[in-house]
Design a protein around this ligand. Structure first.
Ligand SMILES: *Cc1c(COP(=O)(O)O)cnc(C)c1O
Length: 384
């Protein structure tokens, strides 16, 4: 409220005011990025990245199929063909070892998406990109405050995109940022973000009138969003620490269920520091997941699954194709279930959810002892 009040007093509500500059400085100081620009969403940051990477009709862009639509849409808007590569079952991130085989003479970019704020294997991805002269654009929508080998997600590739949508750790309702590591792209990025004009230079007094110089759109948020976001950024440690507490509570308390083989817990590779953006479990299969969602709902717990793999969606089939075998993408996406996690979540609520989950599986065990003559088709948890 204090910052919003200041915006009102400053009477500058449009973008690129003092709070936007504060946010830009925050990204540079806290992520090690060369430059950062606040945007109206991560979707728009990705669109800017696609323009800056000079993606054009016929180009191919490699990414996982297990991601949000915007990861692909941004490149489809420029005419690219999307090449979906399988994920790793442990982190749900793109399998870095499958990327090289998918590269053709048309490949222009690799877009790793850091699922749940847990990093992709970036060193391998950067090596491949260097070898074939490809641009790396990180979809770090979920990754603010996370790192890989000590480097902030979003600042590792040529460009990185954050989301500040309400569902993310740090938010301003709707918002995002584009992080740029290549100094030579910064001037064009400012132009694209300002409707294709050189207005940013004009504001800085570097030119005496501004004009239309390139393609672009309106990708800058208002000062209200920037002010709200800046307060959130200044409190990121508090926010992520609180979420990590909930995450660890789930992880520790669900160990017995994991050890008994009922569920799988998330895997965090050693090189990765994560921000507890999400806590998910993996269950036996899609049927068990539906049954578990219903059961939890009966106990007033909202649990949700996540992406329908893009390659199986109508637009995904039109604008892309799956390269190689879909060994994990479909299978693992059908088993994944997200549990409630948010800033300020009460310990007793986490404990309640853990108790219900444990109860579900303990009951299931009683009811799934197969009758003497039945086949292998055990109907998990029917009786719950
Ligand atoms: C949230 C999200 C986006 C989109 O972010 P917006 O700011 O809502 O545009 C893109 N990619 C991933 C992986 C996301 O989780």
């Amino acid at each position: 409220m204090e910052y919003i009040q200041l915006v009102l007093e400053n009477k500058k509500l449009c973008g690129d005011g003092s709070f936007t500059k504060d946010c830009h400085r925050w990204f540079i100081e806290n992520t090690g990025t060369v430059q950062a620009l606040l945007t109206t969403s991560c979707t728009h940051a990705l669109e800017m990245a696609a323009i800056l990477a000079e993606i054009k009709s016929g180009d191919e862009v490699i990414m996982p199929s297990y991601t949000f639509v915007s990861t692909a849409n941004a490149f489809v808007l420029r005419g690219a063909k999307i090449v979906f590569v399988d994920i790793r079952p442990d982190t749900m991130n793109i399998d870095e070892n499958l990327i090289e085989a998918a590269i053709t003479t048309k490949t222009k970019a690799i877009v790793p998406m850091h699922y749940a704020g847990v990093s992709c294997e970036m060193d391998t991805i950067l090596d491949i990109a260097n070898k074939y002269n490809l641009v790396v654009i990180e979809d770090a929508a979920q990754g603010i405050g996370s790192s890989y080998k000590g480097r902030s997600l979003g600042s590792i590739g040529d460009m990185g995109c954050y989301s500040f949508h309400e569902t993310k750790n740090v938010s301003c309702g709707e918002g995002g940022a584009l992080l740029i590591q290549d100094e030579s792209l910064v001037e064009r990025a400012e132009i694209i973000r300002e409707k294709g004009t050189n207005r940013s230079k004009f504001w800085r007094g570097q030119i005496d009138k501004y004009t239309w110089v390139d393609i672009g759109s309106s990708y800058l948020p208002s000062e209200f969003n920037a002010a709200y976001l800046y307060m959130q950024l200044q409190n990121i440690e508090k926010i992520n620490k609180d979420r990590l507490k909930t995450w660890n509570h789930y992880n520790e308390s669900l160990k017995p269920l994991a050890q008994k083989g009922f569920i799988e817990s998330p895997v965090i590779p050693q090189e990765c520091q994560h921000n507890a953006h999400m806590f998910y479990i993996k269950v036996k299969d899609v049927e068990e997941r539906s049954s578990l969602i219903d059961y939890l709902k009966q106990h007033e717990i909202i649990s949700v699954f996540h992406y329908i793999p893009l390659h199986s969606s109508p637009a995904g089939q039109r604008f892309g194709f799956f390269f190689g075998a879909d060994k994990w993408t479909t299978k693992e996406s059908e088993r994944l279930l997200r549990l409630p996690i948010y800033y300020g979540m009460k310990e007793e609520n986490v404990a309640y959810i853990i108790a219900k989950l444990t109860g579900y599986y303990e009951n299931a065990k009683k009811h799934t002892t197969p009758p003497p003559h039945s086949g292998q088709n055990i109907q998990y948890c029917k009786a719950v």
